[in-house]
Design a protein around this ligand. Sequence first.
Ligand code: FAD
Ligand code: NAP
Length: 426
Amino acid sequence: MGQPILVQRRVQGDIAMFSGDRSLTGQDGARYFAADGVPDNGKLSAAVAKEFFDLDPEIDYVYVAYNHVMARRAGGWDEDLLEAADEALNRFFVFYDGEIDVPIGGAGSGVALAPPGAVTGLSDETMEALRTEHYNATISYLDEVHEDLWIFRVRPDDGPLAYQAGQYTTLALGFWEPRIDELTEDLDDAQRRKLARRSYSVSSSMLAENGSLLDPAEEAAAEFYVVLVRSDSQGTPAVLTPRLFLKGEGDRLFIGRKAAGRYRLDRFDDPTADVVFLSTGTGEAPNNRMTLDLLRRGHQGRIVGVCTTRYLRDLAYLETHGRLAERYDNYEYIPLTTREPENEGNKIYIQDLIESAKLEEMGFALDPERTHVYLCGNPLMIGLPEWDGDTPTYPETRGVVEILTERGFTLDHGRTIGNIHIEEYW
Ligand SMILES: Cc1cc2nc3c(=O)[nH]c(=O)nc-3n(C[C@H](O)[C@H](O)[C@H](O)COP(=O)(O)OP(=O)(O)OC[C@H]3O[C@@H](n4cnc5c(N)ncnc54)[C@H](O)[C@@H]3O)c2cc1C
Ligand SMILES: NC(=O)c1ccc[n+]([C@@H]2O[C@H](COP(=O)([O-])OP(=O)(O)OC[C@H]3O[C@@H](n4cnc5c(N)ncnc54)[C@H](OP(=O)(O)O)[C@@H]3O)[C@@H](O)[C@H]2O)c1
């Protein structure tokens, strides 16, 4: 059974301080800025910071020292968010005995398979009351691309989401909501009444029904592009998407009212720059939204979108990209699959596309003097380095950041405004 950490908290303006009864770092403490990204260094403090940043896009700074976590959120903290933070912190300290091997820390690690009957359900009336209390938006449109991949739009009750192209916000559903996979979870009554929150980039279908470019100013709803994750790489059941994929048009959910992220177009201001959008899976979402903005503003440089998916059916926006490429001379789209029969012995990752000079053959010179590259999705494709001062150490699996850096590109990182822009999904 779980042994939760005792968490006390104090809030003063934008700062919330959480104190537990177990130590999270050594005596030096560790500071993390959301804008710099969290290094994948295996440290507990980094995992805690990542969990906090994922809770809400407005949390921009986390300091972990001894048994304290101090987090800053512009605009202050509401009770729901404080509870979500408590809960996140507790997940790092809940150990399970018995046959279930649940990793300590990380998203969803407080979730486990439990014997039938071990979970206390809530009554329909209680669940309805919780939905009324917490949810602030409606699913206004749903396109089931296939059973595991959705494009849907969320209309907030109090007006359109304020965001910039490329940014993300939070979507959430209550832990009380049923799961598509019917896995039971080791949640107590208090946990079951809370929200399961995750970050999602705003996407766009780019073309209206009449074939013209969409006008984002006229959209009452924000579009999202989400894949159903059943479990993480350790086999821990996923938390939010198995609940989301039981919802439909007209159903209610929670949306964060603030968007965040420096994965945006205002990281450069040259209207003649070449822009290369590289993504895996649903990592295409923010790239679609930025492509729309570039095309709407008549960007003069070349624009190329590349997306790698397992199967052809996972390229939900393929037809739209094709129509855009026909219409705009400066726009190209390169879809890549990795698990179709023809990929047997012929699997091309985005890294291969760059190293084989195929992009150059298509006219994209990848010249650091005039090109901005945006990378979104699977962290293995991106390949962010760990930093020791100014010295990067790249991951074993060669990612795009390493390849481009060798060619003279600079990572947009910390206080450096570079020409490689990244958004990691996990
Ligand atoms: C800034 C940001 C923006 C994001 N935008 C999107 C988006 O637009 N669309 C989207 O589908 N997801 C997006 N994600 C991922 C999303 O936040 C959730 O992690 C994801 O939906 C799984 O949530 P879960 O609770 O069901 O699974 P969890 O219990 O959180 O399981 C997480 C595991 O699922 C895998 N995973 C998570 N997301 C993906 C993904 N998109 N594709 C493949 N494997 C994944 C990883 O192995 C990860 O460890 C984004 C994440 C971040 C940090
Ligand atoms: N896509 C589906 O049909 C499907 C169906 C059911 C459930 N899911 C679940 O959905 C989640 C996400 O799946 P997803 O396919 O959208 O995302 P994903 O696993 O990140 O795969 C997206 C693409 O990235 C490629 N990729 C993997 N490692 C890479 C690397 N090191 N460098 C460059 N590219 C790399 C994948 O190729 P590889 O083929 O080599 O992995 C694939 O083409 C998973 O949890 C999965 O279990 C997906």
